[in-house]
Design a protein around this ligand. Structure first.
Ligand SMILES: [Mg+2]
Length: 271
């Protein structure tokens, strides 16, 4: 039987981490993070990833992580695609007309969940990150909102880190809808809701007080980690607006390598 550590324990037995801005920025790996995750993999320390990004499937994220040197399988990745289809399934019957702004993996998952993707009189509009967002999609969304369609946003982020700066994210679209249709009350999936972290924690099977949530954004990652009852670690970055959130992490590090001391006890004998 495992001995329960007091809540103040600094031992880390499980890691849940954000992706964009922690493992990589855009398509560029963060080398110190890669080294940290490789060490944890070698130590047998379990880790999982939670991302508000809905542009790739779990398998595609795992492949991206593996390509930059972080061993990962699809079952270790929890993203807002499955969280969004879970929400749809809880609230609307299959066959409900849905207009979705988003990349193909999100749209494919919504269709696979039994919903009819259409721009004609949708009852639900799903807002996801879409690099081909255009005026026609925005107009369809606004008109649907005016007609009373429910608005579901995959995540609240207004900015997402790219390789050469920050890109506008789903929160910008949500803000546009609310600006045009103040009566619209978007439902927001993803962090800071604790849903993704709770699924990742179930996968790890570790106790909350022995598990950390690592992220680069206070308003989403750290708020979600705190809401889920985990200890939260902020990877310090230049994320705009972080200072204004009022959310406090349990620890701030400048590199994930700074966490290796707290995880080294997990290392087994070399034999
Ligand atoms: Mg991030």
């Amino acid at each position: 039987m495992k001995i329960q550590e007091p809540p103040t324990s600094h031992i880390i037995r499980g890691i849940i981490s954000d992706l964009d801005g922690v493992a990589y920025r855009g398509d560029s790996a963060i080398p110190s993070s890669v080294r940290a995750f490789r060490t944890w993999h070698e130590q047998g320390l379990p880790y999982a990833f939670v991302t508000n990004n809905s542009t790739k499937s779990a398998a595609q994220f795992a492949a991206k992580l593996t390509s930059i040197g972080i061993p990962a399988e699809a079952r270790q990745v929890f993203n807002t695609i499955s969280a969004t289809t879970s929400l749809l399934a809880r609230r609307w019957p299959q066959g409900t007309p849905v207009f979705a702004i988003g990349e193909q993996p999100l749209r494919t998952a919504i269709e696979a969940a039994g919903y009819d993707l259409t721009s004609e009189d949708p009852e639900v509009v799903v807002l996801g990150f879409d690099s081909t967002l255009d005026y026609a999609k925005l107009r369809t969304t606004i008109r649907a909102a005016l007609a009373g369609a429910a608005i579901v946003a995959t995540n609240p982020d207004v900015l997402t880190p790219g390789h050469d700066g920050y890109d506008p994210c789903v929160g910008v679209m949500t803000a546009a809808v609310v600006a045009a249709v103040p009566s619209a009350k978007p439902v927001v999936v993803g962090k800071p809701q604790p849903f993704l972290i709770e699924r990742a924690l179930e996968h790890l099977g570790t106790a909350k007080h022995e598990t950390i949530m690592i992220g680069d954004q206070l308003a989403t990652d750290i708020a979600a980690g705190n809401a889920a009852g985990l200890r939260s670690v902020l990877l310090a970055s230049d994320v705009p607006f972080n200072a204004a959130t009022g959310v406090v992490p349990d620890r701030v590090v400048s590199s994930l390598l700074d966490l290796l001391d707290a995880t080294s006890e997990r290392a087994g004998p070399l034999s």
